[in-house]
Design a protein around this ligand. Structure first.
Ligand SMILES: Cc1cc2nc3c(=O)[nH]c(=O)nc-3n(C[C@H](O)[C@H](O)[C@H](O)COP(=O)(O)OP(=O)(O)OC[C@H]3O[C@@H](n4cnc5c(N)ncnc54)[C@H](O)[C@@H]3O)c2cc1C
Length: 470
């Protein structure tokens, strides 16, 4: 490294999607970086190479449509912010319709080359097995879902026993406006108000006996995803996949997450539901609801089909589907401040999937933000957060506070990894969606499309302003 900068370096642990992007953003701000990556010395269970930013599974960065898809919007914002990950993805693109898919080797090689060629970045191949020493005054932990065990233990030691999860036990998350409230109703079990509640905190979907039995049959017959050998079988208390519960006995779910006790169907109080599926508000905006206790290993196609059998969810749009796999991530909404700094350790930031975002693009985007924030701090400049109306700002907001921590189940970790989706963006101003002239039919689907387009336009305008590009 030819250090032509007068600033002292920022240390980054982990040279994956987030760490590489963070390094690039910091170095682009004229601040030197020391990037510590363990592969080359110590492998992970999923990576196959020593290359930086290796994609461990699919080669897709998902939709590149910046007019009606939230992933496309975050791509566009990252490009505006000079993202290395997006530049290398664009250069390594392979045909994939509306998606941005890449030649995985070409992509990782391009990132590795750019990082190695940057005069302000030094790559050190080593495992960092403890929290950064105090003399690394500014550091970013970007060690991903497969953080090495010693470092994970050190993080847990610093943040507390319950603050680190080692598996995703993800229940599906549904867009609120796709739930049929002519069938469902708001009510907390036994109308319990609880701290911070109203007694009407859950959305309830009623099933009669025939509907329940058909649902159980479908669950048992549904296609599931197998575990990788290295994942073991991570079933633990309170996290059993629903199809496993169903297979243990037809009544198991009716006495577990689907119990009807303490609930009265507001649309038909005289008839007691045989079983009930509850959905709990998942974000402060109230646009997303998660299906309580519905963690599952069913394949995505099977999930959508089977969950739409539930009365009230027949047209459900899923912000994300369920899953269960190895994933190390912290309780970011409690532990991190808005600039991704660990509240208990000023100067120490987290980035990437370990913060509780999910996916290549999201991880890189949080790396981009952590890098910009750390560089600003090093230079004594104001740390400017992206507006909440942008994709970057809405994902950051969700991770650092937008997610609601359950009051009713205080012992439970309810923060689950999240992809970028339109449910995380603030609503448009009332009256913003207007029927275009000459258009005859402007209802459900057309209106939803118009809404997405307006949210996307607002995001890109506000992102450009944030970056000083207007
Ligand atoms: C098996 C699996 C399959 C996945 N499939 C997909 C998919 O298809 N699509 C998708 O969008 N997302 C997928 N993901 C999620 C995806 O991996 C992450 O979203 C993304 O790679 C996370 O980026 P990151 O930079 O946070 O972590 P990573 O890209 O994993 O980078 C973390 C880096 O930190 C290094 N490291 C770990 N511990 C230490 C240490 N103590 N010291 C130094 N270095 C360390 C690792 O070697 C690694 O290079 C998958 C994840 C897993 C585990």
């Amino acid at each position: 490294m030819t250090n032509a900068s007068s600033y002292s370096p920022i240390h980054i642990i982990g040279g994956g999607l987030a760490g590489s992007e963070a390094a690039w953003q910091i170095a682009s701000a004229d601040v030197p970086v020391i990037l510590h990556e363990m592969r080359g010395v110590r492998p992970t269970e999923a990576h196959r190479t020593d290359g930086l930013a290796e994609l461990v599974c699919s080669n897709s960065f998902r939709s590149d449509d910046a007019t009606s898809n939230a992933v496309g919007v975050i791509h566009a914002e990252m490009r505006l912010a000079g993202s290395l990950i997006m530049a290398c993805a664009d250069r390594s693109q392979v045909p994939a319709g509306g998606a941005l898919a890449v030649d995985r080797e070409g992509f990782s090689n391009a990132v590795t080359q750019a990082i190695h060629d940057h005069p302000l970045i030094t790559v050190v191949r080593e495992e960092v097995s403890a929290l950064p020493p105090r003399d690394w005054d500014l550091a970013i932990v970007a060690t991903g879902p497969l953080t090495s065990p010693d470092l994970a233990a050190a993080i847990q030691n610093e943040t507390g026993e319950d603050s680190l999860a080692f598996f995703d036990a993800i229940a599906p998350i549904v867009h609120r406006d796709s739930i049929d409230m002519d069938i469902c109703w708001y009510q907390s079990r036994y109308d319990k108000v609880g701290p911070g509640g109203t007694g009407k905190d859950y959305i309830n979907c009623p099933l009669d006996e025939a509907q329940y039995n058909a649902f159980i049959d479908a669950l048992i017959a549904g296609d599931t995803v197998g575990f990788h050998e290295w994942e073991g079988t991570p079933y633990f208390d309170g996290c059993l996949p629903i199809e496993i519960m169903a297979a243990r006995g037809r009544e198991t779910l009716r006495h577990g997450p689907m119990k009807p006790m303490g609930l009265t169907n507001a649309h038909n109080p005289a008839v007691k539901p045989y079983a009930v599926v509850q959905l709990r508000q998942d974000n402060a905006l109230g646009t997303l609801y998660n299906m309580v206790g519905f963690q599952t290993k069913l394949k995505y196609g099977a999930q959508a089909e089977i969950f739409r059998m539930i009365p009230g969810l027949q047209n459900a749009e899923f912000a994300r589907l369920g899953g269960l796999h190895r994933n190390t991530y912290i309780q970011s909404p409690l532990l991190l401040d808005r600039s991704l700094t660990l509240k208990s350790r000023p100067g120490l930031r987290f980035a990437g999937q370990i913060t509780g975002c999910e996916g290549y693009v999201e991880s890189a985007s949080i790396g981009l933000l952590a890098g910009r924030f750390a560089a600003a701090e090093r230079k004594g400049e104001a740390v400017l957060l992206p507006p909440a109306t942008t994709a970057l700002g809405s994902l950051l907001g969700h991770i650092t506070g937008g997610h609601l921590v359950s009051d009713e189940e205080p012992g439970k970790r309810s923060f689950q990894p999240m992809n970028i989706n339109f449910g995380l963006f603030p609503e448009l101003e009332p009256g913003a969606i207007v029927k275009p002239e000459g258009v005859k039919r402007f209802r459900g689907k057309e209106k939803a499309q118009a809404k997405r387009r307006l949210i996307a336009e607002r995001a890109l305008t506000d992102c450009a302003a944030w970056l000083g590009r207007t």
